[in-house]
Design a protein around this ligand. Structure first.
Ligand code: NCD
Length: 310
């Protein structure tokens, strides 16, 4: 029987159940233990094609590194302003062409709905690497994997999600993902950056959460503090950004209030949400999280490209 990811698109975490997460996590655990030579057999002769219409560091590089680690190659456009999109080529045509040259397509685009549309046009499986303010599913995969590895469980944890909950797409994918587990979620944001009302129905169906503005008051209860960047580029009015800029900062004072075994996560890039002084503390897991991004993406690619999984 073929694995459920074989030749499938990854557009939204809403399409995932717990079993799907477990399949990727087991594949990740396995891939980590494989020798470089064994790993390189998994994707030998395969090509990943990426199209990034928005800036990226970790997502694009970790996909490339993941593909290289399983013996495949990557081609792509890291800056869409250098592609024929600039001459007016449609997203549909750009995706279609990339899908003719590659075995799996990775897309980041500023519009909500871009990935769903691209998946319909693409001749090959399409992975959403960030679609507008909507979702970033592979980030949620690595986020849940990080919690599982670093806390040894997911059920029963108190998870605080902090910062720009309105525009942060990683937040939506993470919330849909956490909906598969028994977690107590606290959403911490300025009133203007609460999760969007058009998504609360979908999120409430999956999980119970409470909302607050105060990080300091809540931090001592939390097992996981997932802090995010205020998404300046998504504000319609820059004055509104200025009002909420720098709302939350974790420094050594706040870490002292945290549980001894609590962890701090961040999808990165950070601005001033986390003081660099914390980077060497045991609570800081954001770089480890980025490292898991490569491993989980390698596992996902392996499952999409190989009928029998790994
Ligand atoms: C995030 C994104 O692009 O949504 N970056 C990432 O992939 N880790 C987060 C962000 O830009 O703030």
């Amino acid at each position: 029987m073929s694995n459920t990811f074989f030749q499938k698109d990854i557009v939204s975490v809403r399409d995932f159940d717990k079993q799907k997460f477990e399949t990727i996590f087991q594949a990740t655990d396995k891939i980590i233990t494989m020798s470089p030579n064994e790993r390189r057999e998994i994707g030998r002769g395969k090509t990943l094609g990426y199209l990034f219409f928005e800036p990226s560091t970790r997502t694009r590089l970790s996909f490339e590194a993941a593909m290289a680690s399983i013996g495949g190659t990557s081609i792509g456009i890291a800056d869409a302003s250098s592609s024929s999109a600039r001459k007016g080529e449609s997203l549909g045509d750009t995706v279609k062409i990339m899908s003719l040259y590659s075995d799996v397509v990775v897309l980041r685009h500023q519009l909500d709905g871009s990935s769903r549309f691209a998946a319909e046009v693409s001749e090959k499986p399409l992975i959403n690497a960030g679609s507008g303010t909507e979702e970033h599913p592979t980030q949620a995969i690595l986020d849940i994997y990080t919690i599982r590895k670093e806390k040894k469980r997911i059920d029963g944890l108190k998870v605080g999600i902090v910062g720009d909950l309105k525009y942060g797409r990683t937040v939506y994918s993470l919330l849909y993902a956490l909906g598969n587990y028994k977690v107590d979620v606290r959403l911490i944001s300025p009133p203007a950056l609460k999760i969007r009302s058009d998504s609360t129905y979908e999120i409430r169906k999956r999980l119970a959460y409470t909302e607050t503005t105060d990080l300091e008051e809540n931090i001592s209860d939390l097992d996981v503090v997932y802090i995010t960047r205020i998404q300046k580029e998504r504000f319609a009015d820059i004055e509104e950004y200025v009002k909420v800029k720098g709302s939350y900062r974790i420094g050594t004072d706040l870490v002292k209030k945290m549980k001894d075994d609590a962890i701090i996560m961040h999808p990165l890039p950070r601005l001033d949400e986390i003081s660099p002084d914390l980077d060497s503390t045991k609570q800081a897991k954001y770089f480890q999280q980025a490292q898991y991004g490569k491993d989980t993406r390698a596992a996902l690619l392996a499952l999409i490209l190989n009928e029998n999984g790994i």
